[in-house]
Write a protein that binds this ligand. Structure first.
Ligand SMILES: [Zn+2]
Length: 121
């Protein structure tokens, strides 16, 4: 199989599940390139679940003002919990043929740091 990145050379491909703003929700752990989800042997249901999960990324951020919504911490926590569960499902589906890792969202932490920096200016 050809994945179009360094995974072609790996005996056991390593993938990372990360909900982000662009691309597919699956990334190469090794080189960080975005992978075509259709090239990973996952069931349709699981793929749809991953897309839906990814689509919900950042719903705790007000994109117009670029600030966190009041319940951001809780929302991000739930999003990460769901992502962790999906990662587990992916791991099961791939039956140990892939090493699957989950990269949780840290946007709340990031935005909080930016806000702190702005205040100190
Ligand atoms: Zn790679």
């Amino acid at each position: 199989m050809n994945y179009g990145c360094c995974r072609d050379n790996n005996e056991i491909p390593m993938i990372t599940i990360e909900g982000d703003m662009g691309g597919d929700p699956i990334w190469c752990t090794n080189c960080g390139c975005n992978l075509d989800i259709d090239k990973i042997p996952l069931g349709k249901e699981l793929k749809v679940a991953l897309w839906q999960w990814m689509h919900n990324y950042g719903k705790w951020i007000d994109w117009e003002t670029d600030t966190l919504l009041p319940n951001a911490t809780e929302q991000e926590r739930l999003h990460n919990k769901k992502g962790q569960k999906l990662t587990w499902n992916v791991q099961q589906a791939l039956n140990g043929e892939y090493i699957v890792t989950f990269k949780p969202s840290t946007s709340v932490e990031l935005y909080t740091e930016i806000a702190r920096f702005d205040m100190n200016e």
